[in-house]
Design a protein around this ligand. Structure first.
Ligand SMILES: C=C(O[C@@H]1C=C(C(=O)O)C=C[C@H]1O)C(=O)O
Length: 293
């Protein structure tokens, strides 16, 4: 045996030792998650997207060396997805049309929830909302509303969340949380929102989604001014749904705004131009592409 192959053997033995340590830690992590699941009990939705975002932000901030950040995120996403599935029966409803752009949501769901979590394929976003509302699925992926055109369903999925009661699905995450590098020549990356029957968590860097009801022809500037009078900072208008003289505006707000936040009451108390406000959820702000460069 030459000197070189002897030291190669030595290095490979060290890799075997490290693999066993990683494996042991994975087994220990899994046992801890089981204890957390027992503490949560059966009544709480196991998914905690805010906690997951905090874990990834913390690890990326302390990362060093050559191991690619995107691969680090992928390994943790796979692990967290697998550990969600051991806490309770966990399925994710996903809108897909079978071929073409709809299949992107399946890829997005797999990248986020990993290979273990079963997916329940739905034809429309409305079906995804119903699957989550009925408890058939623990979470669902709905398309990120983009542009101001009306959805092809009679009612866009987000408008149906605005009328929900306490146990209705709410938005809890935005995907992708970390965008993979874009393939050359590819279209804009698909974005989706995750809904579940739980409130959105506060993580220190968040966005909130609210549906504002007004009369017709209310400009963005007027809405923005009314929100700022109420103490809320708009991050953008995502979509409008017109139902005759009632217009619903889906607005993204900077920061975490809980359902009972006094700023919402202040905005609604103005009466003009906003007749009604409902928070339909929120999410930890996704990481910018530079964070994985
Ligand atoms: C373990 C938990 O449950 C889930 C799994 C997590 C994990 O594997 O770290 C984190 C958040 C939850 O979505 C938890 O709530 O802390």
């Amino acid at each position: 045996m030459t000197q070189d192959s002897a030291s190669l053997d030595q290095l490979r033995r060290e890799i075997d030792r490290i693999d066993e340590s990683i494996h042991d830690l994975l087994i220990q992590r899994s046992a801890l998650v089981e204890r957390i699941a027992n503490a949560k009990g059966e009544t709480i939705t196991v998914l905690r997207p805010g906690r997951e975002a905090e874990i990834l932000r913390r690890l990326l901030a302390r990362h060093r060396g050559q191991f690619p950040r995107m691969a680090l995120v992928r390994i943790w996403r796979e692990m967290i997805g697998a550990l969600l599935a051991i806490q309770a029966p966990f399925a994710v409803a996903v809108q897909s049309t079978g071929t073409g752009p709809g299949t992107d949501f399946i890829e997005l769901a797999r990248n986020h929830f990993g290979v273990v979590v079963p997916l329940q394929i739905c034809r429309t976003a409305g079906q995804v909302v119903r699957a989550v509302a009925d408890g058939e699925a623990s979470a669902g992926l709905v398309p990120m509303p983009a542009g101001l055109e009306l959805a092809d369903e009679p009612e866009p999925w987000w408008a149906s969340l605005a009328v929900g009661s306490g146990e209705a699905p709410r938005v809890v995450a935005r995907l992708p949380f970390v965008s993979p590098p874009q393939s050359t020549g590819a279209a804009e990356p698909t974005q989706a929102l995750v809904i579940a029957c739980r409130d959105h968590d506060e993580t220190g860097d968040d966005r909130t989604l609210a549906v504002l009801e007004t009369g017709p022809d209310v400009s963005r500037d007027r809405l923005r001014a009314a929100m700022s009078a109420g103490g809320l900072e708009s991050a953008g208008l995502l979509a409008i749904c017109r139902r005759g003289d009632v217009w619903l505006h889906l607005i993204e707000i900077h920061g975490h705004v809980a359902v009972g936040d006094p700023r919402l009451a202040r905005l609604a108390a103005l009466r003009e131009p906003v007749a009604h406000v409902s928070v339909i959820g929120g999410y930890a702000t996704p990481l910018p592409p530079e964070s994985i460069a």
